[in-house]
Design a binder for this molecule. Structure first.
Ligand code: PRP
Ligand code: URA
Length: 211
């Protein structure tokens, strides 16, 4: 991954090819969902390479040895609704993770985020949060979710997304410079409706077959 100021952009050829297929207007909802899941698996793998581990003693069929296990409590935080399509593949890779749902919808004319489902979970231990949302456009939705998590005293936050705009990345760096962003690609710009260009259209609608 290419890193600059807590922003990691994938250079992986598999991610590049899957992202190209995802963008295409001819991609069906079924294939779109499959590609979102596959891209999420690859990005979760890249975004978790620095998780803390602790030694664990195991017996192989041949002898005793010291292995390792993840030492951090991890919570996956999908932003409803488009982030839902990323949950299963993240959970497959991190099966012990909890899932905290947060609903944020951006108002189509003002482009401001509207929080519609925020239910504080029981947080027993300090947690690493991985926010999932395919699109980082103006950055309003992601910034709002980071603020919610921080208000719950969660400060180790990373984000996994598929496409970002330069404007959205800048907004996050201004509002939450401590949050690490793992993104498949940063596109050219936002259009007058707040859509990422060239982008892929509306990630929620394309996953769930709505318009
Ligand atoms: C999309 C996307 C992000 C948000 C990004 O969701 O999944 O959550 O827009 O835009 P922003 O960076 O300008 O805030 P949307 O609000 O369309 O809701 P949906 O997931 O229900 O489709
Ligand atoms: N939300 C999307 O789904 N797509 C965009 O391009 C911008 C916001």
């Amino acid at each position: 991954m290419n890193e600059l100021n807590n922003v990691y952009v994938s250079q992986h050829p598999l991610i590049g090819e899957k992202l190209s297929n995802l963008r295409s207007i001819t991609t069906s909802s079924k294939l779109f969902r499959d590609l979102v899941a596959e891209l999420t698996s690859l990005l979760v793998y890249e975004a978790t390479s620095d998780l803390k581990t602790t030694p664990v003693s195991i017996d192989t069929p041949l002898e005793k040895m010291t292995g390792s296990k993840i030492a951090e409590e991890i919570s996956i935080v999908p932003i409803l609704r488009a982030g839902l399509g990323m949950v299963d593949s993240a959970l497959n890779i991190i099966p012990s993770a909890k899932v905290w749902h947060i609903g944020v919808k951006r108002d189509e004319s003002s482009l401001k985020p509207i929080e519609y489902y925020v239910n504080k979970p029981n947080i027993a231990k300090i947690t690493t949060c991985i926010i999932l949302d395919p699109m980082l456009a103006t950055g309003g939705s992601l910034s709002a979710v980071c603020s919610i998590l921080k208000s719950w005293d969660v400060h180790n936050i990373r984000y996994i997304g598929l496409l970002a705009s330069p404007e959205g990345v800048q907004r996050l760096q201004d509002d939450h410079p401590d949050v690490k962003l793992f993104i498949a690609n940063i596109d050219s710009h936002l259009d007058e409706n707040g859509y990422i260009v060239p982008g892929l259209g509306d990630a929620g609608d394309r996953q769930f077959g709505t318009t």
